[in-house]
Design a protein around this ligand. Structure first.
Ligand code: GLA
Length: 485
């Protein structure tokens, strides 16, 4: 028996995937299009052996009206598009292109032998605060609208769905709006066939949080939620409990302070029980309010310590997840610091005690004041390269009035944009988005680049127009990762 188990584990290890997970990268589906499934959820289907990812489909230049898209994957890294699972219907009371169809989640209802999609259903001003239900006989859809209702008579804004792996029961999580009477998060149990809510299990009172999700470990339940700063990220918090009905702990912040949860908002989480390990994935959204459809995804394994009762997120530029064994490991890259960089024009190295070399590359502007990293080793095939930067625009940008960070409606620019050119080939300019950080907070954004084989590549970084100015963010270092297998 033992021998057999070992053999099957070995076979699974050999079948390990070649694609990496790269938080904040431009994720492309198998046809090369950007994965467009925001604020959604991932459901595993035993029958097809696939993960199904549902999310808000954002149309360029529009906030609403795109419906719900669906993708499938066997490894959580390679995604095949299946179009829209829920298509808006012109003139429909609840799912017209003018309606809000947000935060969709899908669960399989065993009783009904059907797939049930739930979401935040609303009018365009968030005046209804309802939960929508649509059903389908197969995960990919199309889903048929059933109803939009007020959960147990309450309001429901940001919607989350959680299924307890121990007893199979599903629960809805919802913030009940921004009014003084609201500002709670509710956790309510669905009936057996997941067609209506039955009972409020817990209320997280008056924390004024949103984007809720629950992850279940062997011993605990962990609820993650964000503060309310619209499409700007903030410090996501978590609560812990032994049982869903509480008592729940005090909240704490899950990622390093001032990174705004690595520039992401919570929304979903996934338990991956493999043959060797159980991994808990945080699946956050990195909204881009300048261009919602291009918003990225920040997926990171959660570090959970049952004894200390802690849950934390640590950053990894690139990691390799094996959904069969449940194991994951960070991919090692080669780092090039400021010593490998030459400055051109007005760009210069400035003392910065928080930087890797004690200096940071600054003054990067337009295509004259640039920085060139030299002697970079490449494989000749696409590789992820992470650019570690600081962007201190959180207190206003250029000649804009000062605004304060973490405040809705502030005057800041969400990001600077840098140009990235490999080996001086200015006909191929890559755009690198560098979201604002705080002063002295270094974050990274990945880009997939093709370098030449060998050690003589150069990477030049300049500044591109972001709607206000041509400034690139300050650079600390770059890390070049091996090509995917
Ligand atoms: C927050 C919510 C999202 C969406 C935006 C709109 O980020 O979590 O679901 O409603 O606000 O501003």
């Amino acid at each position: 028996m033992r021998g057999l188990q070992t053999l099957s584990t070995v076979l699974l290890a050999v079948a390990a995937q070649g694609k990496y997970i790269v938080p904040g990268g431009r994720w492309r589906d198998t046809e090369g299009n950007l994965v467009n499934a925001h604020a959604g959820g991932v459901t595993f289907d035993e029958k097809s052996g696939k993960f199904w990812w549902f999310g808000e489909h954002k149309i360029e230049g529009q906030e609403e009206g795109g419906g719900v898209s669906v993708y499938s994957s066997e490894d959580l890294a390679t995604w095949e598009a299946h179009g829209l699972a829920l298509e808006p219907i012109e003139g429909h009371e609840y799912i017209s292109p003018e309606n809000v169809i947000q935060r969709p989640k899908v669960v399989y209802s065993e009783e009904a032998d059907q797939w049930h999609m739930w979401w935040h259903a609303d009018n365009s001003t968030y005046g209804w605060l309802l939960q929508g239900l649509a059903t389908s006989d197969n995960p990919a859809g199309p889903y048929t609208f059933v109803d939009a209702t007020a959960p147990l008579g309450n309001w429901s804004q940001d919607f989350g769905l959680f299924t307890d792996y121990k007893d199979g029961r599903s629960y809805a999580l919802y913030s009940n709006g921004d009014s003084v009477e609201g500002r709670d998060i509710y956790l309510s149990r669905f009936n057996d066939n997941v067609t209506a809510l039955e009972d409020v299990v817990h209320r997280f009172p008056k924390f004024d949080l949103e984007a809720p999700t629950i992850i279940q470990t062997e011993k605990s339940y962990w609820a993650l939620m964000s503060h309310k700063t619209g499409y700007r990220p903030n410090n996501v918090v978590a609560f812990r409990a032994d049982s869903l009905d509480g008592p729940w702990s005090q909240p704490w912040i899950v990622a390093p302070l001032n990174t705004r949860t690595f520039n992401s908002q919570s929304g979903f989480s996934l338990r991956i029980k493999g043959t060797k390990k159980t991994t808990y994935l945080y699946m956050g959204d990195q909204w881009d309010s300048n261009s919602l459809w291009e918003s990225r995804y920040i997926w990171l394994p959660m570090e959970i310590d049952e004894r200390k009762k802690t849950l934390e997120l640590a950053w990894h530029d690139v990691y390799d997840l094996n959904v069969k064994t449940g194991e994951w490991k960070p991919v090692k890259g080669k780092t090039y610091t400021t010593g490998k960089a030459k400055t051109n024009g007005e760009a210069y190295k400035q003392e910065a005690n928080f930087a890797t070399d004690g200096v940071i590359l600054t003054g990067i502007y337009g295509n004259d004041s640039t920085v060139t990293f030299e002697g970079i080793e490449g494989t000749g095939k696409p590789q992820w390269v992470s650019f570690y930067y600081q962007n201190i625009d959180d207190m206003g940008f250029g000649d804009q009035p000062q605004g304060s960070p973490d405040r809705i409606g502030g005057p800041w620019q969400l990001r600077r944009i840098s140009s990235v050119v490999v080996n001086g080939k200015t006909e191929n300019v890559e755009t690198l988005y560098q979201r604002d950080s705080h002063k002295g907070i270094i974050l990274s954004t990945p880009l997939q680049l093709t370098l030449e084989k060998g050690r003589r590549n150069t990477i030049t970084v300049g500044g591109l127009y972001n709607g206000v100015d041509y400034k690139g963010a300050d650079l600390d270092r770059i890390v070049v990762y091996p090509s995917e297998k």
